[in-house]
Unconditional design. Structure first.
Length: 661
């Protein structure tokens, strides 16, 4: 913890040291070549701060280039003075306070507040200092959340002494013990995009994951998987392991951790991360490529985005591309000895695979399911291989998705020599494979491991039991849902309304910095067009998830909507879930509908009913910090939007205890 800054010292010692000595310490701890522009910026920061902090000699500490691993960034300066933590972002040479810079310093403040243990109950003051600005109107105040993170403060060089003084007068609290503060654990909960970016740039999973006793340690699960890989290589064995977890628990993060540690093609342990989730793959590839280009630019080097993208695509691939490569030569093994399959439960059954092979690959009479074929590809290795299946329960959302049962059936049918390492929780009812596991238990080469299950959602760091609440709501377990909701609120606000405009306003008021918000709907929600929501209108997930507030294609604009197919495996900070008449509550439970032609038609097939229920499960578990649910009022004059299609659902959710806005 004490090494998170390039330079840290008491303010008294900072003032006593020569400026060149301070600069030398900062530069020496910088792992990158120090460019002249960066050196000059540090010199300017030291020059500005020395006279300003003289008043507080003996009253605090100063930190330069303080690490924020979750964001893959460093805070220019952190000041601990009396009872306030100041987060200072310098824009050297800037005359204006641009919006993106304001968001940046707010992000830093929120990261400390949310994820740094000894900052939780402290006041954090984010300050943006534009060194060439002639005037600003510094505002010292609290946000709507009133959680101790002050409103972002714009300051000129001349105003900085006043800003520090006024913030100290405004806030209350006991003096901060710098040593205790430094020892506080940093327990971040990154988004999958943030996590992938941090891992790809060299951080370990332990750097970017929580380590508290209430959550299964991601590092422990990663170690378990890594051990299976090493033992399989050592003993020339072929192994398959199943990692389970609740929505948002970090299964994908475990897979990415393994893949990034073994992304050297010359290594025998070379691994590939595979997913059939097209939007997730495209978004991760683009995010990592953008980040690498930016990092190289900051280090004074040029890297073309196309080159960066090709590197990323080598270890994060669409599972269908991997499959197609293996179809070219049915005898040659893939270059990778380790294949990590994300959302393995979504692999195709034999019928869907055969249909695809006939239509798209001109291969009639294909007799393998997707899981069986994928295992067979790794089985071509003459020595050893490992397949890692990352499994979510209740996540199948599309036709032909076989669930985890097909993987187990394939092992029973065709791969008796493969070693099995199975999460103990795979026996749970939601996975639907209890009978198959009983059959597999007769084998000598099967092991059950509690360490292969991630039991606590880490997506929603404000409330770990949101996935439990959603399951109870969808299972019509009203009594349990009420109890769980009371434990979730108020740290994780869930509100509801019948007014979409009101919901959008609520989102914008809640989000701070670059916290991402957006609208999500079921892919079957075809009667939201009067609300300017058309699920058939094409949207680009890359722009929706990665672009900033100024881009009309981004989620921030609240114009384009994402469906369960776009958002599965990803997350937002704040979500607006718009509920259509496809999934309706009734006294007899949920009713399932599909809009065909000009009217709603009942869905009778249990498989399709499950897909629709799971679609809403995905939508309702996307938000990390809170959500607003919109159930439209309907329209009496429109038979496709009759109020009766919506009223019972709204009343049901309100009866559970959701607050109406």
């Amino acid at each position: 913890m004490t090494n998170r800054a390039y330079y840290s010292n008491s303010i008294a010692d900072f003032l006593a040291k020569n400026a060149d000595e301070i600069l030398g310490t900062i530069a020496r701890n910088n792992p990158f070549p120090t460019e002249s522009a960066q050196r000059d910026a540090w010199i300017e920061q030291i020059r500005i701060l020395r006279p300003v902090v003289q008043t507080y000699s003996g009253r605090g500490n100063i930190y330069f280039e303080y690490a924020v691993p979750r964001l893959g960034k460093r805070i220019d300066v952190v000041l601990l003075i009396d009872h306030v933590i100041f987060v200072v972002e310098f824009k050297v040479g800037e005359k204006e306070f641009i919006a993106s810079a304001i968001d940046q310093v707010v992000d830093y403040a929120l990261d400390l507040k949310n994820f740094h243990e000894t900052t939780h109950d402290r006041t954090v003051a984010p300050i943006l200092l534009a060194t060439k600005a002639k005037a600003a109107l510094p505002t010292i105040g609290t946000t709507a959340q009133n959680d101790g993170v002050l409103l972002p403060i714009r300051s000129t060089v001349g105003q900085l002494p006043m800003v520090l003084r006024d913030a100290l007068l405004f806030a209350s609290g006991s003096p901060i013990d710098a040593n205790a503060w430094e020892q506080g654990r940093y327990r971040p909960t990154p988004t999958i995009i943030e996590a992938a970016t941090a891992l790809y740039s060299g951080h370990g999973v332990a750097d970017i994951s929580r380590s508290d006793a209430s959550a299964t340690n991601l590092a422990k699960t990663s170690v378990s998987v890594a051990k299976i890989i090493r033992e399989s290589q050592r003993a020339s064995r072929k192994s398959i392991c199943f990692v389970t977890g609740v929505p948002g628990a970090g299964k994908t993060l475990v897979g990415l951790d393994v893949a990034t540690k073994h992304n050297d093609k010359s290594s025998e342990l070379y691994s590939v991360f595979l997913s059939g989730n097209g939007p997730l793959v495209s978004i991760l590839q683009e995010a990592l490529a953008r980040d690498q280009v930016q990092r190289e630019r900051e280090a004074g080097r040029k890297l073309k985005k196309g080159v960066a993208l090709s590197r990323v695509k080598a270890f994060i691939q669409n599972v269908h591309h991997f499959r197609d490569d293996c179809l070219i030569d049915l005898a040659a093994p893939p270059i990778e000895h380790v294949a990590i399959f994300d959302e393995a439960q979504r692999a195709w059954n034999q019928t869907e695979t055969a249909s695809f092979m006939l239509r798209k690959k001109q291969r009639p009479n294909f007799r393998q399911s997707e899981p069986e074929f994928l295992i067979s590809c790794l089985d071509r290795h003459p020595d050893w291989a490992v397949v890692v299946c990352l499994v979510g329960g209740g996540q199948e959302i599309n036709r032909g998705e076989a669930g985890i049962a097909e993987w187990l059936q394939a092992l029973i049918r065709s791969f008796p020599a493969w070693d099995l390492h199975i999460s103990s929780r795979l026996r749970d009812e939601e996975y639907g494979v209890t009978t198959l596991i009983e059959a597999l238990e007769r084998r000598h080469n099967i092991q059950f491991d509690d360490g292969l299950h991630l039991g606590v959602s880490m997506r929603s760091f404000r409330a770990e039991h949101v996935s439990t609440l959603v399951k109870q709501v969808l299972d019509c377990d009203v009594h349990a849902a009420r109890a769980t909701l009371s434990s979730v609120q108020p740290r994780y606000p869930i509100v509801m309304t019948r007014d979409l405009a009101r919901a959008k306003t609520w989102l914008k008021q809640r989000a701070r910095g670059t916290e991402r918000y957006g609208m999500v709907v079921s892919s079957q929600a075809q009667r939201l067009k009067p609300h300017a929501i058309d699920v058939r209108s094409p949207m680009d997930p890359i722009h929706w998830f990665l672009d900033d507030k100024e881009d009309v294609r981004s989620s921030y604009y609240l114009e384009d909507v994402a469906t369960e197919f776009h958002v599965q495996g990803l997350e937002l900070d704040w979500a607006c879930v718009v509920w259509d008449g496809d999934f309706r509550y009734s006294e007899n439970g949920w009713q399932h509908f599909s809009f065909v032609g000009s009217k709603w038609q009942r869905i009778h097939k249990s498989e399709r009913q499950m897909y629709l229920k799971n679609a809403y499960r995905v939508l309702l578990t996307r938000a990390r910090q809170g959500m607003v649910i919109v159930v439209p009022p309907g329209e009496a004059l429109d038979p496709t939007r009759s109020p009766e299609f919506y009223d019972a659902t709204f009343d049901y959710l309100r009866g559970i205890g959701l607050q109406e806005i």
